[in-house]
Ligand binder design. Structure first.
Ligand code: ADP
Length: 306
């Protein structure tokens, strides 16, 4: 059985459904990817590496991970901190705004839970996935330990996958983000990059510019996403362009890239070619954006790609 682990933060999501009433769910970039991967590729074992609290909502989050068929062996429970939380609101024009309470979340201290025993047990993974958000939330003083941890996994033959999701408010400034993204690009074997995330940091505006930025770091497998525009891939010294069928009734683009990543990685771990994996991933993302929220009802994505 292929094994993959997603490292990052899952948060409590609150969304107004009617006056004085909030709907509560769970979401977070790498968590969303893990859910879509397990839904579509039950034969791949997917784990979450994160820290939550010991409070009621944290316990519910862990229960949800289990219901999602995720391996929770690397979900650690902090004694004093809790999960991050955000409120997502939509105004009359459909514009979304987010308010976060995550600066003291348990996940920021994830490195304090990683012992040699965990490193040994993670060394038999096929792939380890993290994002720009995963790096941003790690306490700055713990980042060096994080890079060492990744280097160790890589030296054991684990493929390192990086999605450079960029959230400006999580970084001190742009140069701090660039230094860390450069390190991630230098270390990873696979990158699943969105053009928009890299525009302000690197001044790149097109998929071709993102591709050449990633190629400078000698990354073996590069996938560049750009909303409804073609996806570009680079693998085995071959550059391919993959057409996307634009969705006309877009409801909510939250987690389009995450769903794409989960299905792409699941397909690749199941032996699909780059072109087939991108085709499945784009179908999945196309379904996700036609429904509200990060995680759409079970069955929809599975049916679309079957
Ligand atoms: P992110 O969520 O990381 O910003 P993108 O917006 O680039 O990611 O979208 C990721 C993938 O979702 C795209 O490569 C594409 O497959 C799909 N997608 C996004 N927007 C559309 C759209 N309007 N029509 C069809 N597919 C889309």
């Amino acid at each position: 059985m292929k094994k993959i682990c997603f490292m990052g933060e899952c948060m409590v999501e609150l969304r107004p459904v009617e006056p004085q009433k909030l709907n509560q769910s769970f979401a977070g970039d790498v968590y969303n990817s893990a859910v879509y991967l397990t839904r579509c590729f039950a034969h791949v074992s997917a784990a979450m590496l994160t820290a939550v609290g010991s409070d009621r909502l944290s316990n519910e989050m862990v229960t949800r991970f289990k219901q999602d068929d995720l391996d929770t062996s690397y979900v650690f429970q902090h004694q004093t901190r809790s999960t991050g939380l955000y409120l997502i609101e939509t105004d009359e024009t459909g514009e979304r705004s987010f308010t976060y309470w995550r600066s003291e979340s348990a996940a920021k201290q994830i490195m304090s839970f990683i012992t040699q025993a965990q490193i040994d047990s993670l060394s038999d993974l096929d792939q380890f996935v993290f994002s720009g958000i995963s790096i941003a939330i790690i306490e700055a003083g713990d980042r060096e330990a994080f890079w060492q941890f990744l280097n160790t996994l890589k030296s054991k033959g684990v493929q390192i996958v990086f999605d450079p999701n960029y959230r400006a408010r999580l970084w001190k400034n742009e140069s701090e983000a660039v230094i860390n993204f450069d390190r991630a690009f230098e270390l990873c074997d696979v990158t699943l990059a969105g053009v928009e995330d890299l525009t302000s940091l690197y001044g790149v505006h097109t998929s071709e510019e993102v591709l050449s930025l990633c190629q400078k770091h000698d990354i073996g497998e590069i996938i560049v996403k750009d909303g409804p525009s073609s996806v570009i891939s680079w693998f085995d010294n071959e550059c391919l362009e993959h057409a996307i069928t634009p969705v006309t009734n877009v409801v909510d683009t939250t987690s389009a890239g995450d769903a794409f990543n989960g299905v792409y990685l699941g397909a690749r771990l199941s032996g699909s070619t780059i072109s087939d994996a991108i085709s499945l991933a784009a179908k999945a993302a196309g379904i996700v954006i036609q429904h509200p929220g990060a995680i759409v009802p079970k069955g929809l994505v599975e049916k679309a790609i079957s």
